[in-house]
Design a protein around this ligand. Structure first.
Ligand SMILES: C[S@@+](CC[C@H](N)C(=O)[O-])C[C@H]1O[C@@H](n2cnc3c(N)ncnc32)[C@H](O)[C@@H]1O
Length: 406
């Protein structure tokens, strides 16, 4: 019996399957012999090539391949093709501002404690994010709420060609097709059970972030997000006016912008009772400024938690190096450093002996183990010498309608 992959959905006239890459996919290429050499492609287009210092790779060679297949550059170097994860995508896309790093974004999403539901009776989640920046947290938030929303209605097909001249028929004079499409889109937008209002004061950053969000997996998470350009507090004020109500409408808010304390009053006016506001600040003194402002102006927010971010701190996940390796010939041990490695052995050789072959720089002494090789061992230790990323502080606040302080 011949098995064929089930079609997932139609993209640009091509049958998208779970098994193969198609036009407009963005993929990650990792050099087979050097895992640290990787490339995030542009959307695949058969007319395009990637130029690398290891030769050129044609997009058409990638289209039709499956995850983990190999492509060979014009200079004969093999690259493995991978689906790109959200974390890889936000870290590797061209950036104009510093994003929230994936490990920190995951923590923030978890602290927001989002529970999206498509159920009819479920309340609507409205989340404010300011500023949008790179769109990194935007994508993580959108992934978290995605299950709440139905698919956006497809635009109506463009007019059929004129039967005589073969020219496209002119739009009908009333333009009713377009109006219908617009109405359906407006109705669908209003019906979403979860939405992210993301706002940035810079039109340039907002436009770039919208492209970043739309570029991930053919815009999978783009329709949960409304992009706005302007000042965060100004947008909240205009939103109260547009809704013709002073009533709070936000369930959650996240602020990553300068002078956070200046926006607390506006955010509190829009946040529902017990709603969560998280602020990110590079310095702990900025969190103190916020608490001070809350006290001075009697803003109905209560500081629930203060957390330090960063790989060297207590959150975000400390990266470990965990690989099955084959030690090369024993180097001369120059110091006692090596004994700190934690190693498990697969073979008969004494673990202590293998331990000595692992130095602080695994690249110097280890090769990746092949399954058939005897006496392979594990590198199993925190990564050292990595680029330090992240860092900063989170203040987690709750809105309290009851003015009595807890
Ligand atoms: C560090 S970036 C945010 C990064 C973002 N959290 C991410 O994950 O990609 C800060 C952003 O705040 C924006 N910004 C500065 N002042 C603002 C204001 N008053 N209202 C809205 N956005 C503002 C900046 O233009 C900048 O894009």
């Amino acid at each position: 019996m011949r098995l064929t992959a089930a079609p997932l959905r139609q993209i640009c006239g091509q049958r998208r399957t779970l098994a193969t890459f198609v036009e407009r996919d963005i993929v990650l290429l990792r050099q087979k012999l050097n895992q640290d050499n990787f490339i995030l492609t542009k959307p695949l287009n058969p007319a395009n090539r990637i130029s690398t210092h290891k030769g050129d790779i044609s997009h058409s060679d990638i289209i039709g391949k499956s995850p983990r297949d190999l492509v060979t550059s014009s200079a004969g170097h093999d690259y493995r093709v991978h689906n790109v994860t959200l974390a890889e995508y936000v870290s590797l896309t061209r950036r104009l501002v510093t994003p929230i790093y994936p490990a920190d974004a995951n923590l923030i999403v978890s602290l927001l404690d989002l529970h999206p539901s498509a159920a009819h009776e479920a309340g609507k989640l409205e989340i404010l994010e300011a500023g949008t920046g790179h769109g990194a947290l935007t994508l993580h938030l959108s992934r978290a709420i995605h299950a709440a929303n139905s698919q956006k209605p497809k635009p109506l097909p463009s007019p059929a060609p004129d039967s005589v001249g073969g020219e496209p028929a002119t739009e009908d004079s009333s333009g009713s097709g377009q109006t219908e499409s617009d109405d359906a889109l407006t109705a669908w937008k209003a019906s979403r059970k979860a939405v992210i209002h993301t706002i940035d004061i810079s039109p340039k950053y907002s436009k770039h972030a919208a492209k970043v969000v739309a570029g991930f997996r053919h815009g999978l998470y783009a329709d949960n997000v409304d992009f706005h350009v302007g000042d965060a507090s100004g947008w909240i004020k205009s939103e109260h006016e547009r809704r013709n109500s002073d009533q709070p409408f936000l369930t959650h808010a996240f602020l990553d912008l300068p002078a956070t304390h200046d926006h607390l009053s506006a955010v509190a006016s829009a946040l529902k009772n017990d709603g969560t506001l998280i602020i990110f600040n590079p310095s702990i003194t900025q969190i103190v400024d916020c608490v001070q402002k809350i006290k001075q102006q009697d803003i109905p927010l209560f500081l629930d938690q203060t957390l330090e971010l960063g790989n060297n701190g207590t959150s975000g996940g400390k990266p470990w190096d965990l690989r099955a390796v084959k030690p090369r010939a024993a180097p001369k041990v120059q110091s006692g450093e090596e004994s700190s490695d934690s190693v498990q052995s697969s073979g008969s050789e004494e673990p202590e002996k293998q331990d000595q072959n692992i130095t602080r720089d695994p690249a110097q002494t280890l090769t990746e183990a092949k399954p058939e090789e005897p006496n392979w061992t594990f590198v199993c230790r925190p990564k050292v010498g990595e680029r330090i990323i992240g860092g900063g502080f989170l203040g987690v606040f709750r809105k309290m309608n009851n003015p009595a302080r807890p």
